[in-house]
Design a protein around this ligand. Sequence first.
Ligand code: NAD
Ligand code: 89V
Length: 359
Amino acid sequence: MSSSTAIANANKSGAPTRIGLIGCGFYAQNHLNAWDDLKHEGGVLVAVCDSDQGRAQAAGDARGVPWFSDAEKMLSALQPDLVDIVTQMNAHRSLVELVARHGIGLIVQKPLAPNWEDCLAMAAATARAKVFAAVHENFRYQPQMTRMKELIDTNTIGKATFARISFRIGFDVYASQPYLLTEPRGAILDVGIHLLDLARFFCGEVVHVLAETQRRNPRVAAEDTATILLRHESTAVTVVECTYESRRLPDTFPETLIEIEGDEGAIHLHAGNRLVITSRGAMTEETVELPSLDWADPRWRASQVAVLETNRHLLRSFRTSRPADTSIADNLNTYALVDASYLAAERGVAVVPKRWVEG
Ligand code: NAD
Ligand code: 89V
């Protein structure tokens, strides 16, 4: 019996899923807090690892679990059922391939990799190992996005024909993520990837992409602003826009503002998770309440709630032996839109994105 089958059987029997986390830096604190909140839903943190020994020890001591500075040693010593990789993307491929070689399921943060070739290598390694493999692409698990998807799927607005997905902020993202100042690919790979995933989530796959980028902040190496136009297979058109250089107040970080129009209505997501829903001539309003988290930082709350809801979905998927909605295989089609956006901006032409079909 393969280890994943044995684990799945154990999960069905009610044994908790034993989780190891690799990469105890800035954003991992949200993952660690979310796993704490999910310990009564079948997940239990059993070990942490960071190549920075100080960070590893701080995380391990804070949660009373063993800590390691070498991932291989953690896997061999603890044999977790599921590994949560929260390093920056330059370490994702080596860690995904390592965990897959151990026959262990995994979650890996976005962006999956710095380039398409590494993404494909990770898809191949996890498929070969037949292990659970998910990307922590978490914007679609925000409660307001779940509600919008529910409205679309229940035909509230008819057939979606247009969407505008907007992340325009001035919040200093570089303070907690200084590497964003020097990456050769900037806003599209960092936040555009979330918005492009939402475009697929709401309007389906894409047939071609147009894009313009801007570098408005002289401190950054790459683009900090992008305006992307998508034509979907459904014939819908989506505008995806992001900037870290907005001067608008109030600053809406980390919220994504969205308008989706259909042939029988529209959904408008305003700041504060306020939804204005028009369906066949009737308008209603609702505010999507976010769960209160005792560990939330008000400046990051929408993002932190997304981590909790994403971890919950991924844990449930793993424990019931179902692929994650944001499997590595699925995320390749979001990543393909990132690559197509850069190529479209570089060449000034419409670009047909690569398409990954599993199997
Ligand atoms: P960070 O640099 O603060 O933390 C990464 C940690 O990984 C560091 O402590 C580093 O020492 C450790 N590390 C690197 N290589 C390692 C290895 N081989 N083995 C063990 N540990 C290793 O980075 P961060 O800002 O926390 O970002 C981590 C990831 O989270 C990035 O991919 C980023 O894009 C993503 N992120 C996602 C969201 C979101 O989901 N909405 C928000 C912010 C950041
Ligand atoms: O959510 C993220 O991926 C972060 C951002 C600054 C966009 O919030 O990098």
